[in-house]
Design a protein around this ligand. Structure first.
Ligand SMILES: Nc1nc2c(ncn2[C@@H]2O[C@H](COP(=O)(O)OP(=O)(O)OP(=O)(O)O)[C@@H](O)[C@H]2O)c(=O)[nH]1
Length: 235
C-alpha cells in the first residue's frame, strides 16, 4: 500500500494527483466532524503514516485542511482513495464554498465524533443535516464513527447513544481509536468504500435499464410509423 499526503509538509509523494484522478476506481471520501475529534489521527492511521512523520504532519497541518491519497485493495480490487478532512461546527459558521464543493463532490462520508465529548456528538446531528441538505437527492454513503474509545479520557457518549443515532441516520456505526489495531480502522474506511461501490453498481444498472427501455420504445415507435406508412392509401 502506498501512502502519502498532499498537505504541504515536504513529505515525498510517490504518485502524482493526475495519476490518482485518472485511476479507474477513484473514491473521494470526506472525513467530517468537529474540532479535535481525531479526524487527522484516523486518516493518518489508515494511510499508515509512521509515528515520527505523524508528529510533523500534525504540527504542519494545524489550521489547514488536510488531504490524503492512498492506493488500497478493498475486497481484492485496488482503488485510489482520496481523503478530505473537513472540520465543521454545529453553528454552520464554516467556509460555505469549501463545505459545499467538498460535500457535493464526495462519494462517501465518515462522520466523526469523540466519545469523550458530548458536544462533538450533538454536533454530528446538525452536521449531517447540513450534508443532506447540500447533497439534495444524491445518495450519501455514510459511516458514523465514535473515536477515542481507548478509555484514556472519560466517556461522555454511551455506545447505545451512538448506535441509536446511526439507526436514525441509516448509517453503519463503529467505535474506534487511533490506538486500536490498524485493521480496525482500515475496516471502517473499507466499509464506506463498499457502500460507494453498491451505489455505483445500482446507478449503473439503472442507467443500463433506462437505455434498454428507451431503445425498445424507439424501436416500437419506428415499427408503428412504418406500418402506418404502408397502410396509407396511395393517391
Ligand atoms: N485518546 C485519544 N486521543 C486521540 C485519538 N485520536 C486523536 N487523539 C488526540 O486528539 C487530539 C486531536 O486530534 P486530531 O487528529 O488533530 O483531531 P482533528 O479532528 O483532526 O482536529 P482538527 O484538525 O483541529 O479539527 C490530538 O491531541 C490527538 O492526539 C484517539 O483515538 N484517542
Amino acid at each position: 500500500m502506498w501512502c502519502g499526503s498532499t498537505k504541504s509538509t515536504g513529505r515525498q509523494r510517490l504518485r502524482s494527483d493526475s495519476e490518482c484522478s485518472s485511476y479507474d476506481e477513484e473514491y473521494k471520501i470526506v472525513v467530517v466532524g468537529s474540532a479535535d475529534v481525531g479526524k487527522t489521527a484516523l486518516c493518518q492511521c489508515f494511510v499508515n503514516v509512521e509515528d515520527n512523520q505523524r508528529q510533523n504532519l500534525q504540527k504542519a497541518s494545524k489550521g489547514r485542511r488536510a488531504e490524503f491519497n492512498t492506493w488500497e485493495a478493498v475486497d481484492g480490487d485496488t482503488c485510489c482513495i482520496r481523503l478530505f478532512e473537513l472540520r465543521m461546527s454545529a453553528q454552520g459558521d464554516d467556509d460555505e464554498q469549501i463545505v459545499k464543493s467538498l460535500t457535493q463532490g464526495a462519494d462517501g462520508f465518515l462522520l466523526i465524533y469523540s466519545i469523550c465529548d458530548m458536544g462533538s456528538f450533538q454536533a454530528t446531528i446538525k452536521v449531517n443535516s447540513i450534508l443532506q441538505k447540500l447533497r439534495g437527492n444524491i445518495e450519501t454513503p455514510l459511516v458514523l464513527v465514535g473515536n477515542k474509545a481507548d478509555g484514556m479520557s472519560g466517556r461522555q457518549v454511551t455506545v447505545s447513544c451512538g448506535r441509536d443515532l446511526a439507526f436514525d441516520l441509516g448509517s453503519a456505526f463503529y467505535e474506534t481509536s487511533r490506538y486500536f489495531d490498524s485493521h480496525h480502522i482500515t475496516n471502517i474506511f473499507h466499509d464506506v468504500i463498499r457502500q460507494v461501490r453498491c451505489v455505483r453498481t445500482r446507478t449503473k444498472f439503472q442507467e443500463q435499464t433506462f437505455t434498454k427501455v428507451r431503445g425498445f420504445i424507439h424501436r416500437l415507435s419506428f415499427k408503428g410509423k412504418r406500418k402506418s406508412l404502408k397502410s396509407a392509401p396511395t393517391s
